[in-house]
Design a protein around this ligand. Structure first.
Ligand code: C2E
Ligand code: CA
Ligand code: CA
Length: 766
């Protein structure tokens, strides 16, 4: 068998988690890198746009500077007085040569104060045209010191070109600094078109030349209608003119496409050049790559998951096999019970626990009597059936914490935790009884077999300190059981053997007593400080013909272990009620009667109903009855619904009294939670009064708790006036004990009440 249990791979689930982890990690890394690539694409586009806009700005600025310089030349030549003195033709010629230098950019011309062309770089003499209505004329005419003016786009009046143009104008002054006309240069917007055309813009990129008032002078891609339209008023216009340069992402006003825009003001000119790169184009390359990378990652992830699933599946199968092998190694294949090896392990574990807690445990060696006969007469398969059935019955005889295993053949072992001789005897008895029921082996022929067993018992620590010794001794005890007649239990230690025998005898005798007339009830008065009777406690008595008087402290425990207690308590309850009713009928006034109950009583179906019924039968009111129980009863988990029963009993009007208070769990919360009316100070505390400071202070504590919670406090076992005085002094007002009376047979009790009534005029309290 390959041992991989201790490695990390030992858990297929972990393996799957690791696979998922790897997948998530690669997906995460991919996502992050894709995101980074996307950022990179944008950064790169930003660079491109900024470089492009810078080169366009430089180029345009340079050309406009040349243009302006040429215009200024013309202005100078036309304004210089010396030149003005030259004949007009000569002056024109000078200006013409200056103007001519800008040839391919457009036309430079001059107009007089009336707007008539006086000079033109295209021809000399100039063509006849008037520009007095043009904005570039009017502005210069009306405002001194405008400087260079840049016009709106227009279609020139001269020449065969219909290409839109703009004009730059400068003012001409005469000698008196009065308006003398303008020098203007027209610039075919086509020039910009050519300039921009070579730029790489992607499918949805744009290039725009704007006047700072928002008028579009040129737009690439070129649409005639865009020329002269205005962007002013659009939400992204203000940033364009508020700074000299910038870059931002925005959705275009004109075509609603999202773009990365980069812009620059062209020198001192009222012009802005804007480059827009569509984000769609920016991310186009990234998108293709992202798709490819995503696909590859997805495929790799799918492969990883497939591999992990396949591998973990294999692991799972392997583990299942390993588990099966283990089951074979540790459990008996026929009965499913632990085998000898597993039993050794379990025994060792229980032994360790027991030595740590210094508790006892028992080993029961169970051997079937004459099992060989079953195999011989019914065949081996019938034998197997019998063994399986025996295993099932054995399991039912023990508690969950106990271990039942098969040593082999017809030998079984029971290891009983927290077990003393009484319980061992009891469980062993139950096993004998359970096995001694007929087993049907061959349903068709309705064959049934009855088997008995011999059981040997050893107890830790008395009969051995280690598992081997205990097992050997249990085995020896079992042989003893076989040799002395089979179908019986034998203890290894003579002491236990005796005790177990006695216990068995007692159990049988008690059973007889419950059917016959061995039981009786004694009554012990409960009095107040004046000695007046307040109630009586019913205490069971057993007088066996052979065993004599058996004290309750011995047989109550046996009754509890053997399950006889509920029957016993029911009998006491009925008898006490009957007696109380009888006394009252003859005028003996007993205020109430207390009976002792235990957890097992509550297991009876409808226990409250049973009590109510008993009271009714004897014509008693619920107030006549008090139930005494120890704290342990309230915490007993074996009796389901015990709390509900207590509520129901309280609802009937029956009082609850806590017996032996302070010796058990003493959790104050249950005193609030349950309808408790009375606390009884345990005998052991009362005995300690005047002797043991600890017992005294415990007695005081109980009294204080009772008084605080407004419960009556009854002291039991009060034997001396000193005890009574101490108790009285500390606030305990009710007493029970030999100082007043021992528990008495009914006739004696009646006499005691009569005699007492004469002594204490206070009488009872009804
Ligand atoms: P318990 O309920 O604490 O009963 C009081 C015990 O103290 C009785 O013992 C009683 O005889 C004894 N006692 C009373 N006064 C004195 C005294 O002054 N000095 C001393 N040393 N002892 C005194 P008993 O009758 O032997 O009963 C023992 C225990 O058996 C009871 O303790 C109770 O837990 C249980 N028991 C008795 N009758 C029943 C019953 O009918 N049903 C159940 N479930 N338990 C019962
Ligand atoms: Ca009691
Ligand atoms: Ca008690």
């Amino acid at each position: 068998m390959i041992r991989i249990r201790n490695s990390l791979l030992a858990k297929p689930v972990l393996f799957i988690f690791a696979g998922i982890g790897i997948t998530l990690a690669t997906t995460g890394v991919t996502a992050v890198s894709l995101y980074q690539m996307r950022l990179d694409a944008m950064a790169q586009a930003r660079n491109t746009a900024q470089n492009l806009v810078l080169s366009l700005q430089k180029e345009t600025e340079r050309n406009l500077d040349i243009y302006q310089l040429a215009m200024r030349d013309v202005v100078t030549s036309m304004e210089t007085p010396s030149i003005l003195q030259l004949p007009p033709e000569v002056r024109r010629l000078v200006a013409f040569s200056a103007a001519n230098s800008v040839g391919e950019l457009g036309v430079i011309f001059a107009a007089d104060a009336a707007g008539n062309a006086v000079l033109d770089s295209r021809s000399n003499p100039p063509p006849t045209f008037n520009v007095s209505d043009r904005d570039y004329f009017v502005v210069q005419q009306q405002q001194k010191g405008t400087g260079l003016y840049l016009s709106k786009p227009f279609v020139p009046r001269v020449g065969n070109t219909v290409q839109p143009s703009i004009a730059l104008s400068l003012r001409l002054n005469d000698a008196n600094r009065q308006f003398a006309g303008i020098v203007a240069g027209t610039l075919r917007l086509n020039y910009f078109h050519q300039l921009f055309e070579g730029s790489i813009l992607g499918d949805h990129g744009t290039l725009t030349l704007l006047r700072t008032d928002g008028t579009v002078l040129m737009r690439q891609p070129y649409h005639r209608d865009d020329i002269g339209s205005t962007l002013a008023g659009g939400h992204s216009f203000p940033p364009l003119v508020q700074s000299d340069q910038g870059t931002y992402v925005d959705v275009a006003v004109l075509d609603h496409i999202e773009r990365l825009y980069s812009f620059r003001r062209i020198g001192k000119y009222p012009l802005v050049v804007v480059v827009g790169l569509a984000t769609e184009d920016i991310y186009a390359g990234w998108r293709k790559r992202a798709f490819a990378i995503g696909m590859v990652t997805a495929i790799l992830n799918a492969l990883t998951i497939m591999l992990v699933l396949m591998f973990s599946g294999q692991l799972r199968t392997r583990f299942a096999m390993e588990r099966q092998l283990q089951t074979l190694a540790w459990f008996d294949a026929l009965t499913g019970l632990p085998n000898r090896a597993q039993l050794n392990k379990e025994t060792f574990r229980i032994l360790t626990n027991a030595s740590r807690d210094s508790s006892q445990f028992a080993i029961l060696f169970i051997d079937l009597d004459r099992f060989k006969r079953v195999n011989d007469t019914q065949g081996h398969s019938a034998g197997d059936e019998v063994l399986s059935e025996i295993a099932r019955r054995l399991r039912n005889c023990v508690r969950g914490e106990d271990v039942i295993g098969r040593l082999g053949g017809d030998e079984f072992l029971a290891v009983l935790q927290n077990c003393d001789v009484h319980r061992a005897a009891h469980v062993a008895g139950r096993i004998l009884q359970a096995l001694y029921q007929p087993i049907t082996v061959n349903a068709k022929y309705d064959t049934s077999i009855t088997l008995s067993a011999s059981i040997g018992v050893s107890l830790y620590p008395h009969d051995g300190q280690d598992a081997d010794t205990l097992l050997r001794n249990a085995d020896m005890a079992m042989y003893k059981a076989k040799s002395t007649g089979r179908n019986q239990v034998h203890f290894y230690a003579p002491l236990y053997e005796r005790q177990a025998k006695e216990q068995l005898e007692l159990e049988i005798a008690l059973q007889r007593a419950l059917q016959g007339r061995g039981l009786s009830v004694a009554y012990q008065p409960k009095v107040d400080v004046t000695g007046a009777l307040h109630g009586a406690e019913a205490l069971v008595r057993w007088h066996d013909e052979k065993l004599g008087i058996v004290p309750p402290d011995r047989f109550i425990a046996i009754a509890e272990e053997s399950g006889l207690i509920a029957k016993l308590d029911a009998w006491v309850l009925d008898e006490a009620c009957r007696q109380l009713a009888e006394w009252r009928a003859v005028g003996i006034n007993v205020p109430n009667i207390s009976v002792n109950v235990c957890a097992a009583d509550f297991k009876r179906p409808d226990y409250p109903g049973f009590i109510a019924h008993t009271l009714r039968v004897h014509g008693l009111k619920p107030a006549s009855l008090i139930l005494e129980m120890t704290e342990r009863v309230m915490f007993d988990e074996s009796a389901d619904g015990i709390h509900t029963s207590l509520e129901a009993i309280h609802a009937l009007g029956i009082a609850l009294s806590i017996d032996d208070f302070g010796t058990g769990y003493s959790s104050l919360t249950y005193l609030h939670r349950f309808p408790v009316k009375e606390l009884k100070i345990d005998r052991s505390f009362v005995r300690g009064i005047g002797v043991d400071a600890m017992a005294e202070s415990l007695a005081q504590t109980v009294i204080n708790i009772g008084n605080m919670l407004k419960l009556s406090v009854v002291a039991e076992g009060v034997e001396t006036p000193a005890q009574r005085d101490f108790l009285h002094h500390h606030g305990c007002l009710m007493y029970q004990g030999y100082l007043y009376s021992p528990p008495l047979p009914p006739e004696d009790f009646a006499r005691w009440v009569e005699k007492h009534r004469q002594q204490t005029p206070a009488g009872g309290s009804g």
